[in-house]
Design a protein around this ligand. Structure first.
Ligand code: ATP
Ligand code: MG
Length: 745
């Protein structure tokens, strides 16, 4: 028997208040690491046991599928049994589920497929071609972006203005794109949400069914809901159900996907009876980490200041490191992790390396490889964006949904089977003239071969080739109707199309590609008893964080966006340079700049014990290097929280005076004697050297010009000097490598 206290014992009084609140409209607003997700999880268990709410009356929304799985198993632990019938998932997954169930009311069939960005782009290209619009003038990628932006605002084509020709193009393509989606029996990500809103508006009885069913709706990461998601919640609330939303406006980082943190204020306005609960104790981080985070976020205007304290003690200072270029930055990160793991001070899985954009992972990956340090890279594109993985997924989608012509055109001639582009166009044209999909035509050709009425429409051997392809598709579909496990279908496809022969050309890359296909097969085995539809849905809705492999000891590399909700003992945030973080796109847009700040805030607050921040004087760019200046956010982190840095904080006004910069520097303590700070790779020990550049002598460096030696230390058989250069400020240098000349002793 579960007692009340079992899931209340590990909670502080405010958390308890939230978990046990009487049903109603509850808004838990609190900073990072204060237990919002924990409270939401405990609330589910509490509702089931104390309020006797059947699990199938509960809808809980998480930000990633992974978070949903973690939450489900935590609830199961708390209850001691599986909460059967509980709906728990991301908004997108929940909407897909509703749409499949309600297909009778919708303009597409229940076996719709979900198109990703690539698929959307090829539909836009088809639309451009059909409308005779110049693809060079009007880029498919930017039109796709415009369509998605419109959908994020819940605008239909007819809601758009067409004052300029470009707007007119966007509008016409959007219209055609939407028709093509329907013809393909497909939806895009935005549709998943918008179609549920449309459905709820058009069919009040359907809306009522759902809002009555879900007596309690709980939402994590509420600050990152977009307009459509908020509308869905509003619709569900119409039958007077209870809502429990938790969030932190300061952690809203998905504006580019339409997220609107002002939904937090809308919630308070729309539900004036709402009970607001604040949590103030942070259980995750040291006080130093929290102070740095607060110093960064405090500069954003229009925010609710939050008090956050930690009982975890002050902890270690933050280590800021200034490297000469981005390659050295990556090496520094990999080497530091390597040394600390070797010294058994850290476990690989406790460490995360974060960056602003995916592209920054390349140098880090190289540095990890060089250091022979295994890592796990988080990113959906990395695996699911690969050609071979996309090919097999396209086969599966086509089997599931014969109308999916984007998948059909992708694989009809992969591996090559003599069906060229022209034949594909003929097939599509022929089918569309008969108001059929190409898949229908193929299926009949496959069944009846030369007896088929369609056969004579194709010249030469094309009819036979199409019939062969159609017959393969038919046999795979049969495998589903017979209820064979997914793995068997997977194998059957690979055998029938001889994919290994095609993709593995005996090169290293070829082997790797085949390995990826097998990896996809491994994922498929998990869905053996759930079926193709669930498998495809999982693949379509995968988010970056969902690719985070469990149970490995390796450090994690991930974007700041993907780090949301997670925590690690040691965090490295790289690329603290203007133009990187904050991103160059944000430099003249205050709203975007505020979001960049929130992003750094999210990054910093992932750290439990140690935080490293790195930057580089120059970064590789197309065909050369670009000089960088330290991120403007750095100047907001108080020097007292920071250890050992050559980074000069630019002041808000003009360039800092020499005195001011010296003062800044001297406030920071000296480097940690062990692996905490930057140390050059261990060199062979040499006999002690003499001190050539004592404090207060003036030196000249090849690149940085003249500077003043502030400190000189003899260690590891070499001399390490801290120099204040007139041009770039402080640098720590190894005397034997740095080619310094003495100007004046
Ligand atoms: P974020 O805003 O980053 O999503 P959060 O507010 O959701 O953070 P949680 O992830 O729920 O915070 O909790 C942060 C950490 O603190 C977790 O490791 C959690 O287990 C722990 N924690 C939360 N509340 C307590 C508590 N009362 N006692 C002990 N540990 C707690
Ligand atoms: Mg959380």
């Amino acid at each position: 028997m579960i007692t009340n206290t079992d899931f209340l014992s590990g909670l502080n009084p405010q958390q308890k208040q939230a978990v046990t609140a009487q049903p109603g409209h509850i808004l838990v607003l609190a900073g990072p690491g204060s237990g919002k997700t924990r409270v939401l999880t405990h609330r589910i268990a509490y509702l089931i046991t104390q309020f006797h709410l059947p699990p199938d009356n509960i809808l809980a929304v998480t930000f990633t599928n992974k978070a949903a799985r973690v939450m489900e198993s935590r609830v199961e632990d708390l209850l001691g049994e599986k909460p059967r019938g509980l709906w728990l998932g991301t908004f997108h997954a929940i909407c897909a589920r509703i749409l499949r169930r309600e297909a009778d009311h919708l303009p597409f069939g229940s076996n719709f497929v979900i198109y990703d960005e690539d698929d959307q782009q090829s539909l836009v290209k088809t639309a451009l071609r059909e409308l005779n619009i110049d693809e060079k003038m009007y880029k498919a990628a930017s039109i796709r972006g415009a369509i998605s932006a419109a959908k994020n605002n819940m605008q239909k084509p007819e809601d758009l203005t067409s004052r300029t020709y470009r707007e007119e193009v966007n509008l016409r393509v959007y219209q055609r794109y939407q028709e093509l989606l329907r013809a393909n029996n497909a939806v895009d990500f935005d549709d998943l949400l918008n179609e549920v809103v449309n459905l709820f508006e058009a069919k009040p009885e359907v809306r009522e069914r759902y809002s009555r069913r879900f007596g309690e709706v709980l939402v994590d990461e509420f600050q990152d809901t977009n307009t459509a998601q908020y509308q869905i919640l509003r619709h569900l609330a119409l039958s007077g159900n209870s809502m429990f939303v938790v969030g932190d406006e300061d952690q809203s980082i998905y504006r580019w996907r339409g997220a609107d943190y002002r939904n937090v204020q809308s919630f308070e306005r729309d539900y004036p009876d709402c009970q607001k609960i604040l949590l103030e104790q942070n259980y995750r981080s040291t006080q130093t980490v929290l102070d740095a985070a607060r110093a960064v976020i405090d500069h954003n205007i229009n925010r609710t200041p939050k008090h956050l304290f930690s009982d975890n003690g002050k902890g270690e200072k933050i280590i800021l490191n200034d490297l000469m270029d981005d390659k050295m930055e990556a090496d520094f990160v990999a080497d530091t992790i390597q040394k600390n793991i070797k010294a058994k001070l850290w476990k690989g899985s406790d460490v995360a390396v974060m960056y602003r954009t995916n592209a920054q992972s390349r140098l880090l990956e190289e540095a990890f490889l060089k250091a022979r340090l295994p890592y796990r890279l988080v990113g959906a594109q990395r695996f699911y964006g690969r050609r071979e993985v996309k090919d097999i997924i396209a086969y599966l989608r086509l089997i599931y949904n014969p109308s999916d012509e984007v998948s059909l055109t992708r694989v009809i001639n992969v591996p090559t089977r003599g069906i060229g582009d022209k034949s594909v166009s003929t097939l599509l044209q022929y089918a569309h003239n008969l108001k059929l999909s190409a898949g229908d035509v193929l299926s009949e050709l496959g069944k009846l071969g030369q007896q088929s009425q369609h056969f004579s429409a194709f010249s030469g051997s094309i009819g036979i080739k199409l019939a062969d392809f159609g017959s393969m598709l038919n046999s795979w579909r049969e495998s589903i109707t017979k209820g064979f496990p997914l793995t068997r279908l997977f194998q059957q496809i690979l055998d029938d199309i001889r994919y290994e022969e095609y993709i593995d050309d005996a090169s290293e890359e070829g082997h790797q590609r085949w390995e990826n296909v097998l990896e996809l097969g491994k994922i498929a085995t998990e869905f053996d008893d759930r079926g193709l539809d669930e498998f495809l849905e999982r693949l379509a809705l995968v988010s970056d964080q969902d690719t985070l492999a469990e149970g490995t000891e390796a450090p994690t590399l991930l974007t700041l966006h993907a780090a949301k909700g997670l925590e690690f003992a040691v965090v490295f945030i790289t690329g603290l340079d203007d133009g990187v973080l904050p991103h160059s796109r944000s430099l003249d847009d205050p709203e975007e700049m505020a979001e960049e700040r929130r992003l750094l805030y999210v990054g910093i607050t992932r750290a439990k014990e140690r935080l490293y921040i790195t930057r580089a004087d120059r970064r590789s760019s197309y065909g050369g290097y670009e000089n960088c200046t330290p991120s403007r956010f750095l100047r907001d982190i108080p020097a007292t929280l920071v250890m050992n840095s050559g980074i000069i904080m630019p002041t808000r006004t003009s360039r800092p005076s020499m005195e001011r910069r010296m003062e800044n520097y001297s406030n920071w303590s000296t480097p940690s004697p062990t692996y905490g700070s930057f140390k050059p790779a261990p060199r062979q020990s040499k006999p002690p050297v003499e001190q050539r550049f004592p404090a207060n002598c003036r030196v000249r460096h090849e690149v940085w010009g003249e500077g003043l030696v502030v400190k000189s230390v003899l260690e590891d058989g070499d001399e390490t000097v801290d120099v204040f250069f007139d041009t770039v400020g402080f640098k720590r240098l190894i005397a034997s490598l740095a080619k310094l000349e003495i100007v004046k002793k």
